[in-house]
Design a protein around this ligand. Structure first.
Ligand code: HEM
Length: 466
């Protein structure tokens, strides 16, 4: 009996202790005017619930506290906005103290001159330089012809094979970007560079603890190797005869000394930005497009018709050009519908540089804001029958793409500069896939939706030549 009393007393004490710790943590972050919500445990906050329940956690909190609520996620006090109007306001008002607020590990490892780490006039000049490398006019004249060549080669020997689309689309996203950056050297240094870059990626989403064995430490070491390789590449290029190279690195080196006055550090961080920003976004969109097209044969047929009509106008090996890209209206709709339904980007992060008033609430200086975009992707007013894969909706309403609440590529001064390049890459991938092959799923493989869209065991299909 005494033993039982002891257990009950310990339990009661434990519960009381937890209750006081939770209350203390709430008290720590209570300020006048801060939105309602809960802060969870000290240090960990509600990260566990957020990662485990994902969208359901967001819906639960929204039902209890409204469309703007506070929480503590990924090591920082945070205000979550699920309000479409407010989300747009936040993205359009960086100058009011709402700057990008990505995790410390990401900023440290991507570099201090990385676009997400800079604001104001520095951001404008880094962004303009980036647009001169990946903006629409460059895609049209310089990038598309090479992309066509590399994509055709990339998809050339899939016949009769079982292909892991997840792995292949990752390879494709990285290889295509790398070839655009350093075309000539891409084959000789690709494997070792990719290996370092993968370690580097793990470090960008880690707790910023720089001790041997941590992902953060590993990420830093890999950054040093990535920087070393790029520095050697730049030195080699500087020693070469002018006009030998014509890729992004050549343009960066030339513009670096002329128009933009870029330092070597700027150039390295620009290259890392291009590789990093267009990696997961591109591969996930391409993988999910293959998945949705497989599951919706009517859409696949319409897409095939569009691409065969293009091939019919061309000689057998003739590359696709800008006019072909412009004629891919259904393909563009498939890309937008895939981004929406799969919610490739769940949200973007901002950080306040001063106390900011939002919808009558105060967001204290230094807090993060999670501009949560997922909910709006399933809003039945904007997208009737939102859970249906319906690319035709983007054609029936041509203004949908530019609707104020469609933030699939972000908005305001941080609108994705790689938007058109990204669409062109997925479209070129789909072009060679659907005009060369048909495919069947192996089946039974899981797809996770949150916090990232991914197939934990891969997404395998059997591929056959048409
Ligand atoms: C389907 C593919 C893509 C999607 C869905 C996508 C989405 C986005 C979104 C939502 C943002 C806004 C982030 C924020 O506000 O914090 C963004 C920014 C950015 N994206 Fe993309 N992106 C894609 C492809 C690419 C590609 C291929 C590149 C390569 C150049 C790229 C480069 C960037 C950069 C550099 C930024 C930061 C812009 C700034 O801070 O001014 N993206 N992207």
């Amino acid at each position: 009996m005494e033993g039982l009393d002891m257990v009950v007393s310990c339990l009661a004490l434990g519960l009381l202790f937890c209750f006081f710790v939770l209350k203390w943590n709430e008290f720590r972050y209570s300020r006048r005017g801060v939105p309602p919500g809960t802060m969870g445990w000290p240090f960990f906050g509600e990260t566990n619930e957020f990662l485990k329940l994902g969208p359901q956690f967001m819906r639960n909190q929204k039902a209890r506290y409204g469309s703007v609520f506070k929480s503590h996620i990924l090591g920082s006090p945070m205000v979550v906005s699920t309000d479409a109007e407010l989300n747009r306001f936040i993205l359009l008002n960086e100058a009011k103290g709402l700057v990008p607020g990505y995790p410390q590990s990401m900023v440290d490892i991507l570099g201090s001159r990385n676009i997400a780490a800079v604001h104001g006039s520095t951001h404008r000049y880094i962004r303009n330089n980036l647009l001169s490398l990946v903006g629409t006019p460059v895609v049209k004249d310089r990038l598309l012809p090479r992309l066509d060549k590399h994509m055709r080669l990339f998809l050339s020997n899939w016949d009769g094979k079982t292909i892991d689309i997840q792995q292949k689309t990752k390879e494709m996203a990285f290889a295509m970007a790398f070839k655009q950056i350093a075309e000539v050297e891409s084959s000789s240094i690709y494997d070792s560079f990719k290996c370092e870059f993968d370690k580097f990626l793990i470090g960008t989403l880690s707790l910023p603890v720089n001790l041997p064995g941590t992902n953060y430490h590993l990420g830093f070491k890999s950054r040093a190797d990535v920087v070393k390789t790029l520095t050697e590449l730049m030195e080699k290029r500087r020693g070469a005869t002018a006009g030998t190279y014509d890729d992004m690195l050549a343009h960066l080196l030339r513009d670096g000394t002329t128009r933009y006055g870029l330092t070597d550090e700027d150039i390295i961080d620009q290259i890392i930005t291009i590789l990093y920003s267009g990696y997961e976004t591109m591969s996930t969109t391409s993988m999910m497009a293959v998945k949705y097209l497989h599951d919706h044969q009517e859409a696949l047929q319409e897409l095939r018709d569009e691409h065969f009509a293009i091939r019919k106008r061309k000689a057998a090996e003739e590359p696709i050009d800008w006019n072909d890209i412009k004629s891919m209206r259904f393909t563009r709709a498939v890309v937008f519908e895939t981004l929406r339904l799969a919610t490739v980007i769940n949200g973007v992060l901002r950080k306040t540089t001063q106390d900011v008033q939002l919808n009558g609430f105060t967001v204290p200086k230094g807090w993060r804001i999670y501009v949560y975009l997922r909910e709006i992707n399933y809003d039945p007013l904007l997208y009737p029958e939102p859970l249906k894969f319906n690319p035709w909706r983007w054609l029936q309403d041509e203004k949908l793409e530019s609707n104020n609440y469609v933030l699939l590529f972000g908005g305001g001064s941080r609108l994705c500069p790689g938007k058109e390049l990204g669409i062109v890459k997925v479209a070129t991938f789909l072009h060679y896939l659907v005009t060369t092959y048909r495919w069947e799923e192996i089946g039974g493989e899981k797809m996770l939706e949150f916090p990232r869209v991914k197939a934990p065991n891969g997404y395998h299909v059997n591929v056959m030549k048409i």
